[in-house]
Design a protein around this ligand. Structure first.
Ligand code: CO
Length: 500
């Protein structure tokens, strides 16, 4: 049995506030605790990626690479880690290889050390380019397995994927349980199986949404996992990662428990007291509901964020009585789409389709995104797509199914680095790689950021909210009937023709 001390990562500067405060923590709110975080002895600090880049541009008036520079300077000793959605980078669409490669290379140049690379469908082909780019940039590529439950997701299948990721050159394999669904024994089996089958380290990431997270870590540690992800209260527990102090208390007396000095304990207290103040400042974006253990997520087998947002949105649509019906429809949609995992962006797409199926009748209205998944435009699904749904989707979208890597699909036009550069130059904006890769993913947000007056953070938020209100007004005034839902913290809108 493994006896080496368990490595602890700290995710408070990314997943912590993404899970509990809508990704609204500003760089200025992070800097005062950076030295303590850097000195503490964490194995890695998750500081960037996920939704932080979008949120920085959209809501905080921050240029994302400036945040990375600032955090790197403030935490120079501990490796920095980021979450990357494979070919989607940190967006939902597929980007061409040269843009993915430039993003990874540029991020590494700004100090990113570990790229945690996943694909919403667990399709290794969508992770290949990012893995190669991270290696080429001298960074670590961590191949990531999205955990989900379905009749086709067995322990053996997850282990097979880990073996494949090692074969593809990854430096570690991460079992990522974004919804906090993984039960301790299941985590034990998968980690043990991975440790027996591959030589590279195995890490685990979970959330405490249903109260399983910390216990799951204990079992994963007994199975030999090399590192776990933690956060720091109040940006911990609930829909976030387990709190570091709490995890250390659970590990007390365990042979793999790291030694923690009095100075480290005091440091955690200092960090926490600063974070309490930040949490209070972000009270517009926090919710008590996210802090408490909610076992509903186990019943519905969907991410917690998806549940809470769905409740709100169904209310807005005056469909709150349809909650159970919509949630019973989710496995139906998932099965028809080859049992895809529920993680951004598939959680939004599946949620929206379940909603449409209930509102209009099953498959009467297929969202363009559902059609794309059914036709292979998001990658290879874990199980085959229902052939009838695929036929319907092909007819509606007027295109054929594909089996190649989505980014290589014929007839799909992509903006490459040179196109992006030309566009930025034509608009008289900076056109370095940093601006090009952000422009590829967030053209409107980047433009707004570059053109916008440099407002104080408070008034900027007000301006952003005003813009968002105007946008939703435009949507509701357009001729086509549009429905919007926010799932997992992300807005998704579909247009449907009214069948009058
Ligand atoms: Co997470």
């Amino acid at each position: 049995m493994k006896t080496s001390k368990i490595k602890l990562n700290c995710n408070v500067l990314r997943d912590g506030h993404q899970s509990l405060a809508a990704t609204r923590m500003k760089t200025l709110q992070m800097l005062p605790i950076c030295k303590q975080l850097d000195d503490w002895g964490f194995h890695a600090l998750e500081t960037w990626g996920g939704a932080t880049i979008d949120s920085g541009l959209r809501f905080l008036n921050e240029f994302p690479f400036d945040r990375l520079d600032a955090l790197k300077k403030a935490c120079p000793k501990t490796p920095h880690m980021m979450l990357l959605r494979g070919q989607n980078i940190v967006q939902y669409a597929h980007f061409p290889d040269d843009v993915v490669t430039a993003f990874v290379k540029t991020s590494a140049k700004h100090g990113m050390n570990i790229f945690r690379i996943f694909d919403a469908l667990n399709d290794p082909l969508n992770m290949k380019c990012a893995i190669k780019a991270a290696k080429a940039a001298g960074a670590e590529a961590h191949g990531t397995i999205c955990y989900t439950t379905s009749p086709v997701h067995t322990v053996e299948k997850f282990i097979e994927l880990g073996v494949e990721l090692e074969r593809m050159g990854c430096d570690a394999v991460v079992l990522k349980d974004m919804a906090g669904l993984i039960a301790p024994i299941e985590a034990f089996k998968i980690v043990k199986g991975l440790k027996d089958s591959i030589k590279i380290p195995v890490w685990i990431h979970t959330h405490d949404t249903a109260g399983l997270g910390a216990t799951t870590y204990m079992y994963a540690i007994d199975a030999g996992v090399d590192a776990i992800d933690l956060s720091i209260a109040p940006f911990a527990n609930g829909t976030s990662q387990p709190d570091t102090v709490r995890m250390l208390a659970l590990l007390n007396g365990h042979q793999r428990c790291p030694e923690v000095s009095e100075a480290q304990k005091d440091s955690l207290k200092e960090i926490r007291s600063h974070l309490e103040a930040v949490y209070a400042e972000l009270s517009d974006f926090t919710s008590h509901k996210n802090e408490v253990i909610d076992t509903d997520t186990l019943e519905y087998q969907v991410p917690g964020g998806m549940l809470s947002n769905f409740r709100t949105q169904l209310k807005e649509q005056k469909m709150e009585d349809k909650f159970d019906e919509v949630f019973r429809e989710i496995p139906v949609v998932r099965e028809a789409l080859g049992w895809i995992p529920l993680v951004t962006p598939t959680s939004q797409i599946v949620g929206m389709q379940a909603f449409l199926n209930v509102k209009f009748g099953r498959w009467e209205q297929i969202s363009p995104q559902t059609a794309d998944i059914a036709l292979g435009y998001y990658g290879r699904t874990p199980a085959p797509v229902d052939p009838d749904l695929q036929k319907l989707a092909a007819k509606q979208a007027n295109k054929d199914p594909i089996t190649c890597r989505p980014v290589e699909a014929p007839d799909v036009k992509h903006l490459h680095m040179e196109d992006l550069r030309k566009e930025l130059e034509a608009k008289k904006f900076p056109a370095d790689d940093e601006h090009c890769v952000l422009y590829a993913m967030f053209p409107a947000q980047l433009e707004q950021h570059l053109k916008g007056p440099k407002l104080s953070p408070k008034s900027d938020e007000a301006a952003a909210e005003k813009a968002a209100t105007a946008e939703s007004h435009m949507v509701s005034c357009s001729r086509q009937k549009r429905y919007g839902l926010t799932i997992d913290g992300k807005r998704i809108e579909v247009g449907v023709e009214e069948l009058v």
